[in-house]
Ligand binder design. Structure first.
Ligand SMILES: *[C@@H]1O[C@H](CO)[C@@H](O)[C@H](O)[C@H]1NC(C)=O
Ligand SMILES: *[C@@H]1O[C@H](CO)[C@@H](O)[C@H](O)[C@H]1NC(C)=O
Ligand SMILES: *[C@@H]1O[C@H](CO)[C@@H](O)[C@H](O)[C@H]1NC(C)=O
Ligand SMILES: *[C@@H]1O[C@H](CO)[C@@H](O)[C@H](O)[C@H]1NC(C)=O
Ligand SMILES: *[C@@H]1O[C@H](CO)[C@@H](O)[C@H](O)[C@H]1NC(C)=O
Ligand SMILES: *[C@@H]1O[C@H](CO)[C@@H](O)[C@H](O)[C@H]1NC(C)=O
Ligand SMILES: *[C@@H]1O[C@H](CO)[C@@H](O)[C@H](O)[C@H]1NC(C)=O
Ligand SMILES: *[C@@H]1O[C@H](CO)[C@@H](O)[C@H](O)[C@H]1NC(C)=O
Ligand SMILES: *[C@@H]1O[C@H](CO)[C@@H](O)[C@H](O)[C@H]1NC(C)=O
Ligand SMILES: *[C@@H]1O[C@H](CO)[C@@H](O)[C@H](O)[C@H]1NC(C)=O
Ligand SMILES: *[C@@H]1O[C@H](CO)[C@@H](O)[C@H](O)[C@H]1NC(C)=O
Ligand SMILES: *[C@@H]1O[C@H](CO)[C@@H](O)[C@H](O)[C@H]1NC(C)=O
Length: 821
C-alpha cells in the first residue's frame, strides 16, 4: 500500500486548488463546505476519471460511481452505494464531521438519510478527492500523504492499475472483486474473484463458496495457466508477497491505453483494453476460456485437454477411480495410482506444458534452490507427491512442493509449465514421457432419427432401436414398491400413463420416430404431459437406467425440458415430460405462415434462451453434459414461446454398451455437425457450440442450413452468411418476413456471434459462457474466421459415407466414436 500511496501523492502534488466554487467546471475535491449533487461531478486533476451520479438502463435507481471520463462508452469501474440505490435525483455526496473530530464521506438522500458512507476517521479537516488513478480518497486537508480511506480498498467488479487484490496479514482484511448482480444492478452478485493465499497464491473465481475457475499458482511472472503476458507491456500484472501483505495488481500502462479486468454477472473474468479507433473495449482474454478451465473438471489426478474427446484423461500411469462413472463422463471421482508409492526409491515423472495443480496444499522454499535440489528435498519428504519450480524466471529460484491430491490440471497450448510427479519406481521404468493415459478405449453408439417434421415433432429422436413388439399388459406395468420408494424421480404407473393417453390412442400421438412414438396425455388432475415411449435393447439394466434418468431429471433450468417422471415395464421404458403446447421450433420457424408469428424479439429471446440452457448443460449443471444433437426439432417451445432444449442427457443414458463392430461411421444430424465431429468423430462442448451457431443462423434467416442453396453459388447457409459478413451486409441474411422490424445492431451481433460459433477450428469457437456474454453485452466481438462446412460439397462427404454403409437407413443413423487413443 505504501507504494500506492506514494504514487497517488504524486497526483496530489500536481493538484492545484481551485477556488471555492461548487458549481464551477471541474473540481476534484470536496470538503465539509462543498457538496456534489445529482447532476454535478468530480473530475480527476487530469480529467482521466469522473465521479458522479448515474442510472442503468430502464431503472430510475441512482448510483454514485466512478467512470472513465475520456471515453464515451459508459464504463463504471466503481460504485459507492451499490447495495443501496437512491430512488430519485435528490442525492448529495458530502464530507462531514460527525462530532467535531471524526470525518466521514457520506451520501445523503432527499430527507438527509444516510444512504452510504465511508468509514469514519479521526481528522479535523476531512476532504475527499478523486485522483487520476481512479482512486477516491479521504484524507485530512493538511496531511497530503496520508489516506484515511480509499475506494481502492473496496473494489467492485473491476480491477485496473492501482487496485491491489489480496490480503493484508496485519489487519486480516481481504480485497477481492465481486460481480454485479446483473448488468442493470451493481449490487453484489454471486461471483467473486480472489487472490487466495492458502498454500501458494493463486487466483480463484468463486460462485458463493464454490470454486468455479482457478488460475495459478503464481509462477514469478504470471499465473500458471494464464496466457503468456511477458512481452505485452499493456497486459499482465505483478504479485507482491511480503510479511505483511500479499497483493496482486495489474501493470500500470503509460499513456492513454486503458486496460481493465471485469468479473461479469455470469462469472466470466474479462480482460479488456480500450480501442480508441473502434471506440469500444476489446477483449484480450476470458476466464474461463474453455471447458478445461472448469475447476477440477477431471477430478484428482485427472488432466484436461480441450483437443481430445472427451476432454478428461488420467495422468500417465493413473487409472479412473470409478471406471463406470468415468466412462459415463462423470469425471469428478478422478484417477488413482496403479501402483502405490513406497516412499523409499520412488522416482519422478515429468509433465510438460500444463497448468500446475491447485496449490492450496503446498509448501514452498523460497531459497535459491535449483530444480535438482528441489527433487532431493521432495524425495526426502514422504508426504511430497510432486514438485515444480517456484519461479520460472530461472533455475535456482526455489521449489513448490505438493502434499495432497493433484487437482485441476490441464494441458496448455502455450505457456505451460513443468510438474514432476512422484511415482513408484516400477511405473517410471520404460515410460516415454509424454502426456496422459486416456484410459480404456471404448466405443459408444448413439442412434438418431433424421426424418424431419413429424419424426421429431415433440421430443426428437430416441436412442434405442425399437425392435420388439410391445406388451402393455397392466400386470407387467406395475413397478414394485421398493423401486418406487428409492426413486427420487416420480414413478408413474403404467395404468396412469394408459389412462392419460387413452391407451396410447392414435389421436394422442404427437409423432412417430423410427424408434417409437411420442404421445400427448392428460393426467387425472388435468396436467398435460408428453410421454416418450422408449424400448430397451442391449442397454443398461433397469436400475442403472433409472438412476441415470433420475440424475438427468435433477437438471433443472428454465431452458431445459423438465422430466416429470419415469415408467418402466419389462423391456419398455417411458419418460414423462412436461407438455409443450407450441411444439418444436422447426414447426414454426420453417413454416411460411407460422414464421410470421416469430418477430425478432421472440427470435432473439429464443436464441438467448437456448444459449443459457446450453451453458447450463456444459458448465453449470452437475453432470456437464454435451448435447451432441442440437437442432431446431430438439428445441421445444412452451406457451410463452420460451425455448426448452430437449433430449439432453439421453446420450449419457442410452450410450453405454455398444461394441466397435457396430459401425465406425460418425453421423449426427446433417447440417448441424461440426467438421471435427463429422470427419474424426471428435466432439466436445465446441461441437455443440458449432450446432448452436447453425441454429442461430437458421433462426435469423428462417432457412434451414441443410437444403439451403443459393442458385449460382455453391454455398450453404453458413457459406452465405460468411460471404455477407465479408461484404459487411449482414442484414441481407434476415428473414424477409420480419419486415425490417428489428434492432439491426442486435441482429448483426447475433449473426456475428453465430459465425464465431461455426468457425472451422474448435479452438477458435467461443465457449457458451462467452456466447451468452457476447449476446447480452455490447462488447466488441473478435473477427470471425472461415466457417467449417460452408459449401454443399463439404457436406457431400457425409452423403457418400451414408450410401456406402449398408447399415444406414433413412431414419436410423448411428454415431460412433472412440474414446481416447
Ligand atoms: C473547502 O474548500 C474550499 C476550496 O475548494 C475552501 O475555500 C474552503 O475553505 C474549504 N472549506 C473547509 C472547511 O476547509
Ligand atoms: C435513466 O433513467 C432515465 C429516466 O428515468 C431514462 O430515460 C434513461 O434511459 C435511464 N438510463 C440511462 C442509462 O440514463
Ligand atoms: C427497457 O425497456 C424496454 C421497453 O420497456 C424493454 O424492451 C427493454 O428490454 C428494457 N431493457 C432492459 C435492460 O430491461
Ligand atoms: C466521536 O465519535 C466517535 C465514534 O463515532 C468516538 O470514537 C469519538 O470518541 C467521538 N469523539 C468525540 C470528541 O466525542
Ligand atoms: C438536510 O440538511 C440540510 C443541511 O443541513 C438542510 O439545509 C436541509 O433542510 C435538510 N433537509 C431535510 C429534508 O431535512
Ligand atoms: C432516506 O434514507 C433514510 C435512511 O436510509 C430512509 O429511511 C428514508 O426513507 C430515505 N428517504 C427517501 C426519500 O428515500
Ligand atoms: C522471480 O524471479 C525474478 C527474476 O529472478 C524476480 O525478479 C522476481 O521477483 C521473482 N518473483 C518472485 C515472486 O519471487
Ligand atoms: C488439502 O488438504 C486437506 C487435508 O488433507 C484436504 O481436506 C483438502 O481437500 C485439500 N485441498 C486441496 C485443494 O487439495
Ligand atoms: C404379454 O404379457 C402377458 C402377461 O404377462 C402375457 O400373457 C402375454 O403372452 C404377453 N404377450 C406378448 C406378445 O408377449
Ligand atoms: C383402455 O384399456 C383398458 C383395458 O384394455 C380398458 O378397460 C379401458 O376402457 C380402455 N380405456 C380407454 C379410454 O379406451
Ligand atoms: C453389454 O455388452 C456385453 C457384451 O457385448 C454383454 O455381455 C452385456 O450383457 C451387456 N450389458 C447390458 C447391460 O446390456
Ligand atoms: C403458442 O402457444 C400459445 C398457447 O397455446 C398460443 O396462444 C400461441 O398462439 C402459440 N404461438 C405460436 C407461435 O404458435
Amino acid at each position: 500500500m505504501d507504494e500506492l500511496r506514494k504514487n497517488s501523492s504524486a497526483f496530489l502534488l500536481t493538484y492545484v486548488l481551485l477556488f471555492n466554487t461548487r458549481l464551477s467546471s471541474a473540481i476534484d475535491t470536496i470538503n465539509t463546505s462543498t457538496t456534489i449533487r445529482d447532476g454535478e461531478a468530480l473530475v480527476s486533476p487530469n480529467g482521466v476519471f469522473k465521479l458522479g451520479f448515474f442510472n442503468l438502463s430502464n431503472s430510475t435507481n441512482r448510483y454514485v460511481g466512478i467512470w472513465y471520463n475520456k471515453i464515451t462508452v459508459p464504463t463504471y469501474v466503481w460504485v459507492a452505494n451499490r447495495e443501496s440505490p437512491l430512488t430519485d435525483t435528490s442525492g448529495v455526496l458530502t464530507v462531514t464531521l460527525l462530532n467535531g473530530t471524526n470525518g466521514i464521506l457520506v451520501l445523503l438522500n432527499g430527507t438527509n438519510g444516510t444512504v452510504w458512507s465511508s468509514a469514519s476517521t479521526t481528522t479535523p479537516n476531512p476532504t475527499a478527492q478523486l485522483l487520476d488513478s481512479g482512486n477516491l480518497i479521504v484524507k485530512d486537508a493538511d496531511d497530503g500523504d496520508n489516506f484515511l480511506w480509499q475506494s481502492f480498498d473496496y473494489p467492485c467488479d473491476t480491477l485496473f492499475a492501482g487496485i491491489g487484490l489480496g490480503r493484508n496479514y496485519v489487519t486480516g482484511v481481504e480485497t477481492y472483486l465481486s460481480s454485479w448482480k446483473s448488468n442493470d444492478d451493481p449490487a453484489k452478485g454471486e461471483y467473486s474473484s480472489h487472490v487466495d493465499p492458502t498454500g501458494y497464491p493463486q487466483m480463484l473465481v468463486k460462485k458463493g463458496g464454490e470454486i468455479m475457475y482457478r488460475i495459478g499458482p503464481w509462477n514469478g511472472i504470471r499465473w500458471s495457466g494464464a496466457p503468456d503476458t511477458i512481452n505485452d507491456p499493456t497486459y499482465g500484472g505483478s504479485l507482491q508477497i511480503t510479511r505483511d501483505e500479499m497483493r496482486y495488481s495489474l501493470r500500470a500502462v503509460a499513456g492513454l491505453v486503458l486496460s481493465k479486468s471485469t468479473l461479469t454477472p455470469n462469472g466470466v473474468g474479462v480482460r479488456s483494453k480500450w480501442n480508441d479507433r473502434a471506440n469500444s473495449w476489446t477483449t484480450y482474454s476470458n476466464i474461463p476460456a474453455d471447458n478445461c478451465d472448469d475447476y477440477a473438471l477431471c477430478g484428482p489426478h485427472g488432466i484436461c485437454n480441450v483437443g481430445t474427446s472427451p476432454s478428461c484423461g488420467c495422468l500417465n500411469r493413473f487409472v479412473p477411480r470409478d471406471p463406470e462413472s468415468w466412462d459415463g463422463m462423470d469425471w469428478s471421482g478422478g484417477c488413482v495410482r496403479r501402483t502405490a508409492l513406497s516412499c523409499d526409491g520412488d522416482k519422478f515423472f515429468k509433465y510438460s506444458g500444463i497448468k500446475l495443480p491447485d496449490a492450496r496444499n503446498t509448501s514452498n522454499n523460497n531459497e535459491r534452490r535449483s530444480l535438482t535440489e528441489c527433487q532431493v528435498d521432495c524425495s526426502r519428504d514422504c508426504s511430497c507427491v510432486a514438485y515444480a519450480q517456484l519461479n520460472i524466471s530461472g533455475d535456482g529460484s526455489g521449489c513448490l512442493f505438493y502434499h495432497a491430491d493433484l487437482i485441476d490440471i490441464r494441458t496448455m497450448a502455450s505457456a505451460g509449465q513443468d510438474l514432476y510427479i512422484r511415482m513408484a519406481a516400477s511405473e517410471v521404468e520404460g515410460v516415454v514421457g509424454d502426456g496422459s493415459n486416456r484410459g480404456r478405449t471404448r466405443t459408444i453408439v448413439i442412434a438418431s432419427v433424421t426424418s424431419l417434421a413429424f419424426a421429431c415433432l415433440i421430443l426428437g429422436y430416441v436412442f434405442c432401436r425399437n425392435t420388439q413388439k410391445k406388451n402393455l399388459s397392466m400386470s407387467q406395468g406395475m413397478f414394485s414398491a421398493t423401486h418406487v420408494k428409492d426413486a427420487e424421480l416420480p414413478f408413474f404407473s403404467l395404468s396412469t400413463v394408459l389412462k392419460a393417453t387413452d391407451n396410447f390412442s392414435d389421436k394422442n400421438k404427437l409423432g412417430e420416430g423410427g424408434f417409437g412414438p411420442v404421445y400427448m396425455g392428460v393426467l387425472e388432475e388435468g396436467h398435460e404431459i408428453a410421454v416418450k415411449r422408449l424400448s430397451k435393447t442391449s442397454m443398461q439394466g433397469v436400475n442403472e437406467l433409472r438412476n441415470e434418468v433420475t440424475l438427468i431429471s435433477k437438471l433443472q433450468h428454465r431452458n431445459l425440458v423438465r422430466t416429470l417422471g419415469f415408467c418402466a415395464q419389462g423391456d419398455e421404458y417411458m419418460l414423462i415430460y412436461e407438455y409443450m403446447p407450441n411444439y418444436s421450433l422447426d414447426i414454426t420457424l420453417f413454416d411460411q405462415e407460422k414464421s410470421r408469428l416469430l418477430d425478432w424479439q421472440k427470435r432473439f429471446n429464443i436464441i438467448s434462451g437456448i444459449a443459457k440452457g446450453l451453458l447450463y448443460l456444459h458448465q453449470d449443471s452437475r453432470l456437464r453434459i454435451i448435447h451432441r444433437d442440437l437442432k431446431t426439432s430438439n428445441i421445444l417451445l412452451d406457451a410463452d414461446m420460451i425455448p426448452k432444449i430437449s433430449d439432453f442427457g439421453l446420450a449419457r443414458s442410452f450410450g453405454g454398451n455398444q461394441t466397435e463392430a457396430q459401425t465406425r461411421r460418425v453421423v449426427g444430424t446433417y447440417g448441424y455437425m461440426s467438421p471435427e465431429y463429422a470427419m474424426d468423430g471428435v466432439f466436445s462442448v465446441k461441437s455443440d457450440v458449432f450446432s448452436f451457431g447453425v441454429l442461430v443462423l437458421e433462426i435469423v434467416s428462417g432457412n434451414r442450413n441443410r437444403g439451403f442453396l443459393l442458385k449460382d453459388q455453391n454455398l450453404n447457409l453458413l457459406g452465405h452468411a460468411w460471404s455477407l459478413y465479408k461484404e459487411d451486409s449482414l442484414r441481407k441474411l434476415v428473414d424477409p418476413c420480419l419486415d425490417e422490424a428489428f434492432d439491426l445492431g442486435q441482429v448483426e451481433r447475433a449473426i456475428h456471434v453465430a459465425l464465431l460459433c461455426v468457425q472451422n477450428s474448435p479452438d477458435d469457437r467461443p465457449r457458451m459462457s462467452s456466447v451468452v456474454f457476447m449476446l447480452g453485452n455490447e462488447v466488441a466481438l473478435p473477427q470471425a474466421k472461415q466457417p467449417g462446412f460452408f459449401t454443399e460439397r463439404d457436406m457431400a462427404i457425409d452423403h457418400s459415407s451414408d450410401r456406402s454403409n449398408p447399415t444406414a437407413s433413412h431414419n436410423q443413423l448411428t454415431i460412433t466414436w472412440t474414446q481416447g487413443r
